[in-house]
Design a protein around this ligand. Structure first.
Ligand SMILES: Nc1nc2c(c(=O)[nH]1)N[C@H]1C(S)=C(S)[C@@H](COP(=O)(O)OP(=O)(O)OC[C@H]3O[C@@H](n4cnc5c(N)ncnc54)[C@H](O)[C@@H]3O)O[C@H]1N2
Ligand code: MOO
Length: 403
């Protein structure tokens, strides 16, 4: 089996034409976790007028040295104060109120004593104190949130402040997930044979894809039955943009998936990449839909889903990248196990802004060990040409806690 290099496979993936222009309008309150399809641009300054940021008295700063200033009005938040204060006058003004015309400073209540309709200045404040200047937060025309951003709580708040009742977001790519294998049991299914194992792949992948912004079509488990697998793939292609299967891509007598994919009219773009785990991965295309058949092992299918499915989802959503990759320093020696590009589960620690990785409590073994991905896990990449790596070596690491 001739294997494509990891780099070539990623280049091929990045060159695939993917429809990234499908969008819909949703209410702001339903937009959490969706991906913006438009830039969010400030339509006004924040604030639009100088605004008090404390409760106190709006004054001309030069009057503070007088020691006593007459209170000529009352300006609660939300009122449209029209008066212009003159020297020797102040207006009681509250947090969030527009500053009255003529005033340049707010002296807070704690700094004065009220006496016979005037304030006595006990402690002065600098000019401009407790006044939010025009455009303190942003200026009209500023791009506040970029297209392709995943919407979180801060984005929701900023868009609410801009009165975005509806938000234009990318349509969620539809990803069908199928687990194949006669030995696997779906959740809750009765086990009558000790060789059966519980299917985790379809649940891991569904969660991963949902976290990445996709709508998942969960198709459960299918036994090693050629016609059933074929029918399931064909049905999945009717509604999904991406069909992801696990199992059945290796060289065993019951590994049917790799033979079925070309038979349903899909073009195999590549099969076999020099990576560990995941070397049997198959990527195919049928018209504008994609099929990714991943190896059955739990760790292999999860890693290959991150490396090959997430970039397609990200592209369909109009996101710039699928995941964050950072340079990190090895806190301990790393033993390279193969001549392939390896993706090794590691712990990531941030110290003084620098990333460090170690392998504490990570088990070395087959590609079945999904528990290695628990906790603050990241994926360390060691290249085809790398040998053992010494402590202190810089390596690339894919951060996988948040997609
Ligand atoms: N003679 C060779 N044997 C194998 C090779 C090889 O090159 N020559 N490659 C090995 C590698 S590497 C991998 S990876 C696996 C890939 O095999 P398949 O993709 O065909 O997967 P299966 O054989 O169906 O399953 C492998 C393993 O994973 C378990 N599994 C399957 N589905 C699930 C699921 N939904 N949830 C959890 N675990 C699952 C399955 O029980 C097997 O233990 O092939 C090696 N063999
Ligand atoms: O290539 Mo397999 O995915 O190592 O276990």
């Amino acid at each position: 089996m001739s294997l494509l290099s990891y780099e070539t496979s990623q280049t091929m993936l990045s060159l695939l034409h993917v429809n990234s222009s499908r969008s819909q309008n949703v209410p702001l309150s339903a937009s959490l976790g969706r991906v913006l399809s438009e830039d969010i641009i400030a339509k006004h300054n924040d604030p639009e007028f100088p605004t008090a940021s404390m409760d106190g008295y709006a004054v001309m700063h030069s009057d503070l040295e007088l020691g006593k200033i007459a209170v000529v009005g009352y300006n609660p938040a939300g009122s449209d104060e029209q008066r212009t204060i003159k020297s020797t006058e102040c207006i009681k003004t509250f947090t969030g109120s527009m500053m009255p015309h003529g005033a340049d400073t707010l002296i807070q209540i704690e700094n004065v004593t009220l006496e016979d309709g005037a304030i006595i200045i006990n402690e002065s404040v600098p000019k401009g104190s407790s006044v939010r200047p025009i455009g303190e937060g942003y200026r009209a025309g500023d791009v506040l949130i970029q297209k392709g951003t995943k919407i979180g709580f801060a984005e929701i708040g900023v868009m609410a402040a801009l009165n975005h009742v509806m938000v234009k977001v990318a349509l969620k790519p539809r990803v069908a997930v199928i687990s194949t294998g006669s030995e696997i049991l779906d959740l809750g299914e009765h086990s009558d044979n000790p060789s059966q194992i519980r299917s985790s792949n379809n649940y891991t992948l569904a969660a991963l894809f949902e976290q990445a912004g996709a709508e998942v079509i969960q198709l459960g488990t299918v036994g090693d039955d050629k016609s059933l697998i074929m029918q399931t793939f064909q049905d999945a292609l009717l509604s999904a943009d991406i069909v992801v299967s696990t199992g059945g891509v290796s060289v065993g007598d019951y590994d049917f998936v790799k033979d079925i994919v070309p038979r349903i009219g899909a073009e195999v773009l590549f099969k076999g990449v020099a990576i560990k785990p995941g070397k049997h991965i198959l990527v195919a295309q049928k018209e504008d839909k994609f099929i990714l058949s991943l190896p059955g092992f739990a760790y292999s299918s999860t890693v290959t889903a991150i490396l090959y499915v997430l970039p397609l989802i990200a592209k369909m959503l109009g996101k710039e990248s699928a995941y964050r990759m950072v340079a990190a320093k090895l806190s301990e020696e790393f033993k390279k196990r193969s001549r392939l590009t390896e993706f090794t589960a590691c712990n990531v620690v941030v110290e003084d802004g620098e990333y460090f990785i170690n392998f504490k409590d990570k088990k070395v073994g087959s590609s079945a060990i999904l528990t290695n991905m628990l906790n603050e896990c990241a994926l360390m990449i060691s290249g085809e040409d790398d040998g053992d790596l010494q402590e202190g070596t810089f390596v690339n690491v894919i951060l996988i806690q948040n997609f």
